[in-house]
Design a binder for this molecule. Structure first.
Ligand code: FAD
Ligand code: NAG
Ligand code: NAG
Length: 545
């Protein structure tokens, strides 16, 4: 029997304490996946529900033992005092969800990027030669004077284009664009479909950004950020890769943002708990649709629980979740993802000049090497070994100096992004010494590689141009966050989609139909073709076509 809220309220006076009544009537919401998207969903669900006086009971399921997903931290020498980002490492000030959370949770920010050392030098290598180098310490990307001298007005134009594009994207945070039931519609309304429908190369060419600058600098950034060449990534991700200055990270690890969000949500946190099946309870329809979530914990114990709403906060294709009949009313498309090798290691050695074609003993070997294609590389490969070109890897960075706790000698901490596993032969060439087949040889007193930590990710989608994106509502009371990854893949955008889904759920519980937009009319305004849409808040919004 289904009890109506009114009946329950009546009964509550007689039988239940207020707390017991609140518990019995609370909407039970399962969030599956505790990465940026799932943690943000839970956190914002709590905030929106409390603000509107809606009772929610949230359970957050996470397969692994840690919160953060692809935002995860390793520890050099397995020493807890030497954290180093293995996954998502930087965010910027306009990432307001992350930035505000860092402040709200008093998490310490530190500048990310440049190797903070007098000898720091950034070089962009094409497999034959360095096409560009600059002092890595002073400025990061926009060392304007130096760039202007080499590339004319191209850096200025690229910067303006990036700023204008990002400004449009930021509208997605505000009414009437927030919340949204269709990302495809919003992308269109904000004229961002125009940007995602082109390759980064086409977008820059159409905006008269010089070809040399695009090839050398912008492409180095799309390769280090998205393991993709400029001709194989859409314009929006290319602009995001050129992110504004001020790159930051949380001291001790960015995962702490999501861990803090998950805890602040008051959700029942079920780590080491993998969801295997999602089924609809027969005979339940909106607005009281119910789902059964089947889980397996680390000890192999299976469990099953009912929920009113479910949020899939993970790339569905890698989740191993089986959805029963009638669950997914909109099929979730499979998306090609980049397979990226991230290799962290420490060594007392520095790069050999000869590896990069510089004279032996050269003093000016870059400490961070980004890459671009060589002039004779075929630029049709997107990612994977073909796309990496003659250079063979996307980036090699000197992160910082570290002290090896076993020998107390000072060493360097390195990170490599590559399409294939790093081999001892490659490292032998890079450092100009013999690296043993096992990488770390514990039997020698002073190993060449003293700590070695390789990892493979399905890091982000291969962002080929596209104009449709998986929408966040995929069934009755069933929501999906990862569609936004084909639009922009960052911690912040996943967190934004989590916040959006949280808003939609709390509105749906209250019977509000927010998140849509209605095309009212189209016409001319100031000589430009314009469409008018009406938002849920009854505002008339104009957009140029
Ligand atoms: C090497 C690398 C570098 C990056 N650099 C940056 C960067 O500098 N800045 C930036 O903003 N972004 C960066 N990104 C992208 C960023 O990490 C992602 O866009 C973002 O973290 C995605 O978050 P998510 O919550 O959507 O997905 P995920 O982080 O993948 O979270 C999904 C969660 O679901 C869990 N899960 C999966 N299956 C199940 C199941 N069956 N049951 C229960 N739980 C399950 C997973 O364990 C995981 O915790 C980088 C990514 C990589 C890999
Ligand atoms: C949430 O629901 C579970 C049962 O599914 C219950 O044990 C728990 O006490 C509830 N939590 C709150 C805060 O109501
Ligand atoms: C999760 O599993 C890991 C590995 O088995 C274990 O070390 C960790 O303590 C577990 N965490 C919790 C909260 O059970």
């Amino acid at each position: 029997m289904k009890l109506s809220p009114r009946l329950l309220a009546g009964a509550a006076g007689l039988l239940l304490t207020p707390a017991a009544y609140a518990e019995a009537s609370a909407r039970r919401i399962a969030v599956i996946g505790a990465g940026a998207a799932g943690a943000s969903t839970a956190y914002h669900l709590r905030q929106f529900a409390d603000a509107d006086g809606v009772a929610v009971n949230i359970t957050l399921f996470e397969k692994t033992g840690h919160i953060g997903g692809r935002t995860l931290t390793a520890h050099a020498f397995n020493d807890p005092h030497q954290p180093v980002e293995l996954g998502a490492s930087i965010f910027v000030e306009i990432n307001e969800i992350l930035w505000n959370a860092a402040a709200d949770f008093s998490l310490p920010l530190q500048p990310a990027g440049g190797f903070d050392d007098d000898a720091a030098l950034l070089g962009i290598w094409d497999g034959d030669r360095f096409v560009y180098t600059q002092d890595d310490r002073s400025s990061g990307w926009w060392n304007i004077v130096r760039l202007l001298w080499t590339y004319g007005t191209a850096p200025y134009r690229a910067n303006k284009l990036m700023q204008a594009t990002i400004q449009r994207f930021l509208e997605l945070y505000k009414t009437p664009y927030f919340p949204f039931r269709s990302l495809t519609t919003r992308a269109y309304e904000l004229e961002l479909t125009f940007v995602t429908s082109q390759t980064g190369q086409q977008f820059l060419d159409a905006n008269n950004v010089g070809a040399r600058f695009s090839h050398d600098i912008v492409q180095a950034s799309t390769r280090v950020n998205y393991a993709s060449n400029l001709a194989r990534i859409h314009g929006l991700d290319a602009m995001v890769a050129l992110a504004p200055s001020g790159a930051s990270q949380i001291r001790g690890g960015n995962w702490q943002i999501f861990d803090s969000m998950a805890r602040a949500s008051g959700a029942d946190l079920r780590v080491n708990t993998s969801v295997g099946h999602l089924d609809k309870v027969p005979g339940t329809d909106p607005p009281s649709t119910k789902y059964t979530v089947k889980t397996t914990d680390a000890a192999g114990v299976e469990a099953e629980k009912e929920f009113d709403n479910v949020v899939l906060a993970l790339p569905f294709q890698f989740s191993g979740i089986e959805a029963g009949d009638g669950v997914l009313q909109n099929a979730i498309d499979e998306i090609p993802y980049v397979q990226l090798h991230v290799t962290l290691f420490s060594s007392p050695l520095q790069f050999s000049a000869e590896f990069f074609g510089l004279p032996a003993g050269s003093k000016n070997v870059p400490t961070t090497v980004l890459t671009t294609l060589a002039d004779d590389d075929d630029d049709q490969g997107s990612s994977g070994a073909d796309g990496s070109g003659k250079a063979g890897f996307f980036s090699i960075s000197t992160l910082r100096r570290v002290v090896n706790p076993n020998t107390l000698r000072e060493e360097y901490l390195y990170k490599i992004f590559s399409p294939e596993a790093v081999t001892p032969a490659f490292l032998s060439d890079l450092f100009g010494v013999d690296v043993p087949d096992t990488f770390v040889d514990d039997t020698t007193e002073l190993p060449v590689i003293s700590w070695y930590y390789p990892h493979i990710f399905h890091s982000y989608p291969k962002a080929l141009p596209r104009v449709t994106f998986q929408d966040p509502v995929v069934g009755d009371g069933l929501y999906y966050t990862s569609g936004i990854e084909s639009f922009i893949s960052t911690m912040e955008t996943s967190a934004l989609m989590g916040k959006n889904v949280a808003r939609l759920i709390v509105d749906d519980i209250q019977g509000l139909t927010t998140g849509g937009a209605v095309l009212m009319e189209s016409g001319e305004k100031d000589g430009k073709e314009t469409i008018y849409v009406e938002s849920e808040k009854n505002q008339k919004v104009a957009g140029e076509l």
